[in-house]
Design a protein around this ligand. Sequence first.
Ligand code: 5GP
Length: 188
Amino acid sequence: MSGILFVISGPSGVGKSTVRKEVMKRCKGLRYSVSYTARTPRPGETNGVDYYFVSEGTFLEMRDQGEFIEWARVHGNLYGTSRRQMEEWLENGLDVILEIDVQGAMQVKMNYPQGIFIFIAPPSLKELGQRLRGRNTDEEEVILLRMTNAQSELQSIRDYDYLIVNDDLNRTMATFRAVIIAERCRIR
Ligand code: 5GP
């Protein structure tokens, strides 16, 4: 039997990674597909854990060889999901989580319409700005770009199956876990 593909999107700074990491501790049998990116690592990020950090040249070569199930330029940087890794897990009956932007999620949806698409939204744009600044990892210019992109990403909520507003981490995790449990019980 094939595994379930969970695709999470949401504006940068909404807390997707935190939520995903916590849910994975509590829900067994989930595999996280580590993306490839051509952006430079932030302090504290580890190659192979947060991303596979590659040069832009390597990324474009991989893309041209069809190694990505989806790829996109997000906030000026390239990101992509390994086709081989994702398909291998799904074929082996393992549930997979992708944490990707809206453009990427829509590419995945075309190939895997049976995937479960979850949008994580901030309680407000004001709060999102505060979180991005609080992270202290990006220049103001980058933060402003991410805020502008957030506004257009929020327009895509209707293309998703579930919407979770991340106003409280514990509540968000509980809701996310409930979605996973319900989808695992669904008769397909
Ligand atoms: P960050 O640079 O803050 O880690 O990520 C920026 C954005 O890129 C986030 O919205 C994240 O979900 C998205 N992203 C990360 N990996 C991928 C990927 O493999 N494909 C796509 N399309 N977006 C990704």
